[in-house]
Design a protein around this ligand. Sequence first.
Ligand SMILES: [Zn+2]
Ligand SMILES: [Zn+2]
Length: 424
Amino acid sequence: MGAGADAANLYNCLMNFVEIAIPFFILAMVVELAYGAWKKNQTYRLNDAVASLMMGSLSQLVGVLRLSFAAVVFAGAVELLGVVAWTPEHWWHWVAAFVAYDFCYYWKHRFGHEWRIMWASHSAHHQSEEYNLSTALRQTSTDYIGFVFYLPMYLAGTPAYVMISVGTLNLVYQFWVHTQHVDRLGVLDYLLVTPSNHRVHHAKNSSYIDKNYGGFFIIWDRLFGTFCDERKDEKPIYGITHGLRSWNPLWANAIVWWHTLILAVKAPRWRDKFAVWFKGPGWFPQGLEPRDADSVGWADQYNPSVPQSTKTYVFLQYVVLTAAGFALTAVQGDLARPGVLAVFGLIAGSMYVVGLWLEHRSYRFVVDLGRALLLISAGLWMPLLAANGEGTTWVMQSLGLANLVLLALLYRLQLSERSVAALS
Ligand SMILES: [Zn+2]
Ligand SMILES: [Zn+2]
């Protein structure tokens, strides 16, 4: 089997796993939401949860762009070096692979915080100022470098299906630790990554920052000096020190890349232009140190208020966008590539529009109207991109029309809300 076929198999396996796990994730979030309401300790905010979930969807959807070269590099390296793959014959082979993967994950995650070139991607997971199961699904869309941390396992002859099995098991495990409803767990807190240990990892309190990088075992942190226990007298404040203060999922993925690029361009010394990518987010090139070292109001949450009609509209948009994402993933093999890319662009653009509504921007109606018109006119431009896209075009036109009606309703509603507000 050639490298290309290997890569395709790897890609399919990954996609399938995610499809299987999603209903479980949704159910768990509904249970956590209900439990929070019952206990009068709600840890969800609509704007934050929608932003996190949109980023989760986007991180899966970028797969249709087929930009990832990890599988090709793995297969190529294995073939080039003539590595002979081993076959797991005993249960402990699987356990060894799981432990080795977790060890690689620790280092990948640690450098995800200690090098800007890795933090640029990983920061997306940490931007939420809430901490709940939706935070677990807040994933990066730009993880194109991190795979190198698993290269040693491939070079040791670990077959791709073993890597996928132990890797996805590790991923599923990490989902449940993103909750505030589970307190300390005794001996488990010493051995494993638990909700308490991972809350510390997501906190921006100065005593908690850059701690607890583990994925499954917390023992790596204890061994390599990055462990920190959650304390009763120090409540975690979630998020990143220089907050995102935006609900735009595209900007959330780009912000650290952009800021690092600016620093590299502006750095007066040549060696700093290179070094900035391999230093932590707190390091700055000589002459470019920020003046606001102590960020003011660092514990203030970004929470612009919006009318109830916006909240309902955003939730509806989120449901439709998620469905559209699944549909695109399903039909991507049948639809011509330019058509796939156009639909991807529309979904990603729609996520930006949802962000505008959550931020209550004055131009939200105009941009959204533009999107509706683009969808309605799909009959004109889609056939140029994908001759076989009639079904997709029809769905886009219907959605565009429905959105136009909704926008008209929303405009009337928010106009009257505004006049009520002006009178009172
Ligand atoms: Zn992290
Ligand atoms: Zn996390």
